[in-house]
Write a protein that binds this ligand. Structure first.
Ligand code: PLP
Length: 392
């Protein structure tokens, strides 16, 4: 037998392993220093009480014959899909419940959605990029091209009419840059996709952090229903990183090559996925209740406050950055022309603060650095004071 040799084309990424190794070495050499981690990509606040109560009630249901649930529907229970459609309505976007697929998270959907597309499609991603888009398509043997996000376009790559792409991954607000597309910019991407018969896979995992008038959904843009699939996640919105739940929206009118993409994805999920458990779907529905939205907002506000503290310090220091306003991520240009690993070492050695070197997210990450707002308020404030003391 042979293995899938496309795996040979994956570029090893030791970013997080190297960050952990260097941090551990520093901790061993300086046991007296308190290390503050501003590189955390996971949430740290607990689930909202109403969410846990709903999950517990879901577990209780499983205890009795009358309320027991077995295999869920592949696409999620109706009441959850209705709740998600209601959430979209709350920010003025119409999405029908029967266009929504509840899943175990956006990472799986990002990686699995290309199953419905041919192998010889060209995939366009922006650079820097959330690595899943790249690796999942390398595993499938697809050609990948990069649209450059850089300081000139404020890390919001725009379409190039001279390039032909079939599958386009966009992430807004972006991981790692925190930058969010405006409606005008998304209109340009939708126009490009329609003209090229391409499909946009729009990752809205951080939409709940949007604070200005940037669209919360690609479906706020005219024409997007004919060219886009949207993926979203409860991980950062409601702290479900360990609980696992997300959703994907495929409009019924989205067709390619004479086929409904909704029907193809249903077939794919029915074959390879057996749904999300009853207690987790109960918890997910609770997120979108009025009280649930109020409770998760308190956590989002906490992270946003941390992001504002980091951004304010960078403003004061005159450091160029993107993100922070619509996102838990702050993407900064390393001061003094330092490379991203050089800056990582400098911050660790001199301030005992850990962040993430930008080059782990692509070529354009060289010389950039990602900080996140998922830590505690106290630690974030302390880390920022230490950083300021280094540069003022
Ligand atoms: N999409 C982006 C852009 C992310 O940053 C992440 C998580 O970090 C995910 C998707 C994964 O989401 P989930 O936890 O729902 O799999």
């Amino acid at each position: 037998m042979k293995i899938n040799h496309h795996f040979d084309n994956l570029v090893p990424n030791y970013l997080f392993a190297d960050v952990a190794r260097k941090t551990n070495e520093f901790a061993a050499a300086h046991p007296e220093k308190e290390i503050i981690r501003l590189g955390i990509g996971d949430v740290t606040l607990p689930l909202a009480p109403i969410v846990v109560d709903a999950m517990k009630k879901g577990c209780e249901d499983l205890k009795y014959k009358e309320t027991f649930r077995g295999y869920p529907e592949y696409e999620g229970y109706d009441f959850v899909r209705e709740a998600i459609a209601g959430y979209y309505k709350s920010f003025g976007v119409t999405v029908h419940a029967d266009e929504i697929f509840v899943s175990d998270g956006a990472k799986s959907d990002c990686g699995n959605l290309p199953d419905i597309f041919a192998q010889d499609n060209t995939v366009l991603v922006t650079d820097p990029v959330y690595p899943v888009y790249v690796d999942a398509n390398i595993m499938a043997g697809r050609r990948i091209i990069y649209a450059s996000s850089n300081r000139d376009n404020h890390f919001l790559a725009m379409p190039d009419e001279s390039i032909k792409a079939d599958i386009i991954y966009l992430c807004s607000p972006n991981n790692p840059t925190g930058a969010a597309y405006s409606a005008k910019q998304l209109k340009a991407w939708v126009a490009y996709a329609l003209k090229n018969n391409a499909v946009i896979l729009y990752d809205a995992a951080y939409e709940a952090f949007i604070a200005d008038d940037s669209p919360r959904s690609i479906f706020a843009i005219d024409g997007a229903r004919e060219c886009a699939i949207e993926l979203c996640s409860l991980s950062k919105t409601a702290g479900f990183t360990g609980t696992r739940c997300g959703y994907t929206v495929i409009p019924k009118e989205l067709n390619r090559d004479g086929h409904s993409l909704h029907a193809l994805w249903y077939r794919r999920q029915a074959t390879k996925f057996n749904g999300v458990s009853w207690p987790v779907q109960c918890a997910a529905a609770a997120v979108f209740s009025d009280e649930g939205l109020r409770q998760i907002q308190a956590n989002l506000d906490y992270y946003k406050q941390n992001a504002a503290i980091i951004s304010a310090a960078l403003d004061e220091l005159g450091v160029y950055y993107t993100g922070g306003n619509n996102s838990p991520y702050i993407w900064l240009e390393c001061p003094g022309d330092m490379g991203s690993w050089q800056f990582f070492d400098y911050l660790l050695q001199n301030a005992a603060v850990v962040g993430t070197p930008g080059e782990g997210f692509g070529k354009n990450g060289k010389g950039y650095f990602r900080l996140t707002s998922f830590g505690s308020y106290e630690k974030t404030t302390e880390a920022i004071e230490r950083i300021k003391a280094l540069f003022i």
